[in-house]
Ligand binder design. Structure first.
Ligand SMILES: Cc1cc2nc3c(=O)[nH]c(=O)nc-3n(C[C@H](O)[C@H](O)[C@H](O)COP(=O)(O)O)c2cc1C
Length: 245
């Protein structure tokens, strides 16, 4: 009497098991016969045209220094930033912050700060005479005016306490990735450092002390695409096996 209910439960469980086993077996056999296995990533056929699209995107990325004011759709910006997240990092530690500035008022205020800073830096330069200073200040201010015409700016930062020796590498690679993603959407970018002094930018975005500023890139439609600047021939870079003695 005492064991009866237990036996019943055991029997139900056992018959359920048989049922589950039969269904699983049949589904494996049937799907195995009717569907082809999912191709592995490495087995996917990559067409020549897909390869060319990627390579042309790399070759056609250009540093752009003047932009149209046309806004960038949110989804484009999102995907451009997302591409940066896939860059390699030392120890996969991903120590980045990407500060995105797109309010025109903020950008105009940044432009004024950068121009003032440029003027101060050149004015204090010991090796330039007055004429040179005037020219440098004028040209620099025009360059900053032009560089600040894009609708979006991304400041790449890296937490330099995470893996100090690799901070610059981690930041530069992420910047490269997002610049290529932006190019895929038809936008120009630039790896800008000198018009954007570290301390000025850190203070402007209130970056914590441990964050290292890597570069600032505008993202926008170029006023016009610059010609490709001279690029050295491939042979100049390649060393097979070891450097010649
Ligand atoms: C580390 C680094 C710093 C750079 N700094 C500046 C900069 O401050 N101002 C600027 O106009 N371009 C800057 N550039 C962009 C280069 O001038 C540009 O990549 C180079 O002239 C080649 O042109 P391309 O990018 O169109 O191929 C920098 C690029 C790198 C990689």
């Amino acid at each position: 009497m005492l064991f009866k209910p237990f036996h019943r439960i055991e029997f139900i469980t056992f018959s359920n098991l048989i049922l589950i086993f039969t269904i699983s077996f049949l589904s494996i056999v049937l799907t195995g016969c009717t569907s082809t296995p999912e191709p592995q990533f490495t087995e996917v056929e990559v067409t020549k045209s897909q390869i060319n699209t990627v390579l042309e995107n790399i070759r056609n990325r250009r540093t752009v220094r003047k932009f149209k004011s046309t806004a960038i759709p949110k989804e484009h910006l999102q995907e451009i930033l997302d591409a940066a997240r896939f860059a390699p990092t030392a120890g996969n530690l991903q120590p980045w912050k990407f500060v995105v500035i797109q309010k025109r008022q903020r950008l105009d205020s940044l432009k004024a700060i950068l121009q003032d800073d440029w003027q101060r830096t050149i004015s204090n330069h010991k090796d330039l005479n007055e004429d040179q200073k005037k020219r440098y200040i004028r040209d620099g201010k025009i360059a900053i005016e032009n560089v600040m015409t894009a609708p979006v700016y991304i400041m790449v930062f890296v937490d330099s306490t995470v893996y100090p020796d690799c901070a610059v590498h981690d930041g530069a690679l992420a910047a490269g990735y997002l610049m290529l993603a932006a190019r895929a959407y038809g936008y120009g970018t630039g790896y800008f450092t000198s018009y954007f002094p570290d301390e000025v930018i850190k203070s402007f975005v209130k970056a914590p002390e441990n964050y290292m500023f890597i570069c600032c890139t505008p993202v926008g439609i170029p006023e016009e695409w610059p010609d490709t600047p001279p690029k050295k021939a491939l042979e100049e870079f390649i060393v097979f096996d070891k450097f010649p003695e």
